[in-house]
Design a protein around this ligand. Structure first.
Ligand SMILES: Cc1cc2nc3c(=O)[nH]c(=O)nc-3n(C[C@H](O)[C@H](O)[C@H](O)COP(=O)(O)OP(=O)(O)OC[C@H]3O[C@@H](n4cnc5c(N)ncnc54)[C@H](O)[C@@H]3O)c2cc1C
Length: 374
């Protein structure tokens, strides 16, 4: 019987899995090499969406992820880390418009909510945008999308789990797994602590392949870095996620905005000693694009720059649930984890304790041929 579960990693996935296991009565120890939310979950755009996600099983998982956030936030008093403000997106050129039309048609076909707005209608939602930056029409609006504040979500999930008996071990990395006869028996930490385990869940995000290797498994990953810029507080009205051609932005608490564009992701450099720096001209570029769209942002400065590493399994899809060759070792690893983790973490936790989630997890198994093929 599974009694003691070790969860490796305290990002959105580790926190969600820990909370879901504890809710089911398991004794859980969650271990992180650093502080909770100190990994990718502390440096993410965290837009909750299933906008153009394929195949269908992945789309459905993301939609279920959005629903799980909605429910959790409604169930928890002050669960206001979740913001379902919607998302506006438009394109700058003909090729972009063709792509956007294809995306909107695709999600509508899946039964997902999407509308086309005119400039006038979009400005009713976001009146502080410069009208000159918007096309006259063909502005896509996805009303059920939004964003989360991951650190606050992780704080809630971990503190409620700890209140129910879970143990949180921070600043102590997993350095080894004891595996005998196709079973993980224990986890070893930098501190030399040894934690006996009935089951282990790998929620190590971008480091998931390293943990898999400790278990003798090869997890192909193709992680990428992303650069996020936080503005100082600005007295402007921004209520939703905006995907403009050269900048993506959303509120970031206390009047700040979080800005991103894929155009500057390559500006993050890693030195030989592992230090990460970002070319300042790339930061200027994204903040200027934000200021062009929201002129009120001209009064604000850059308050912070964060670089996050997207944990992307080799074929792009999540890796979730048990491993056939090592049945008490489980994965909860994906990109889009801000959207997916509460729902997917619940499925993984249930499976670790013997529930059958084969149907929901079939497309995301570690053994799928497409994962190994990359
Ligand atoms: C720029 C950017 C934008 C993004 N935008 C979105 C978005 O809009 N919407 C969305 O849904 N998703 C988005 N994502 C993806 C999403 O943020 C991630 O999928 C999610 O945060 C991953 O969470 P995690 O818990 O798996 O990983 P992490 O948050 O990285 O947590 C893993 C934890 O494991 C710990 N760890 C690692 N190795 C060990 C070890 N040996 N021992 C113990 N602990 C260990 C780390 O310290 C870390 O705390 C984005 C990511 C980036 C980088």
């Amino acid at each position: 019987m599974v009694e003691h579960v070790i969860v490796i990693g305290a990002g959105v996935y580790g926190a969600a899995v820990t909370a879901a296991l504890t809710r089911r009565g398991a004794h859980v120890t969650v271990v992180d090499a650093g502080a909770p939310a100190g990994g990718t979950s502390g440096a993410t755009f965290s837009w909750t969406n299933s906008c153009g996600k394929r195949p269908r099983a992945y789309h459905d998982l993301n939609v279920a992820g959005m629903a799980a956030h909605r429910k959790l936030a409604a169930d928890v008093p002050h669960g206001d880390w979740y913001h379902e403000g919607g998302n506006l997106e438009w394109a700058a050129d003909d090729a972009g418009r063709v792509e956007l039309r294809k995306k909107v048609a695709g999600v509508l076909d899946y039964g997902y909510e999407a509308q086309w707005l005119s400039r006038v209608e979009a400005l009713r939602l976001e009146p502080d945008m410069d009208p000159a930056e918007l096309p006259e029409d063909e502005i896509a609006y996805f009303p059920r999308e939004g964003w989360i504040e991951p650190s606050r979500l992780i704080g809630h999930l971990l503190s409620s789990a700890v209140a129910d008996g879970a143990e949180l071990v921070a600043n102590d990395a997993v350095t080894g797994l004891e595996v005998t006869a196709g079973t993980v028996r224990a986890v070893r930490l930098t501190s030399r602590r040894r934690l006996a385990a009935d089951a282990v869940v790998n929620c190590a995000g971008p480091q998931a392949a390293v943990i898999a290797e400790l278990a003798g498994l090869v997890l192909p990953m193709r992680n990428t870095r992303g650069v996020l810029v936080s503005s100082s507080p600005a007295a402007i009205s921004v209520s939703r996620v905006i995907h403009a051609p050269h900048v993506h932005l959303r509120p970031d608490g206390g009047g700040r905005l979080l800005l991103h564009t894929h155009e500057i992701d390559g500006a993050a450099q890693v030195s030989g000693t592992g230090e990460i720096s970002v070319d300042p001209s790339a930061v200027d570029k994204v903040i200027e694009a934000g200021r062009a769209l929201y002129p009120g942002l001209r009064a604000s400065t850059v308050e912070g720059v964060r670089v996050g590493e997207r944990p992307i399994p080799g074929d792009g899809l999540p890796v979730l649930g048990r491993v056939l060759a090592l049945p008490n070792f489980h994965f909860a690893v994906s990109h889009s984890g801000a959207t997916l983790s509460v729902h997917a973490g619940d499925l993984v936790a249930g499976e670790a304790l013997g529930e059958n989630h084969d149907e929901a997890l079939a497309a995301f198994r570690f053994e799928r041929p497409a994962l190994a093929a990359r």
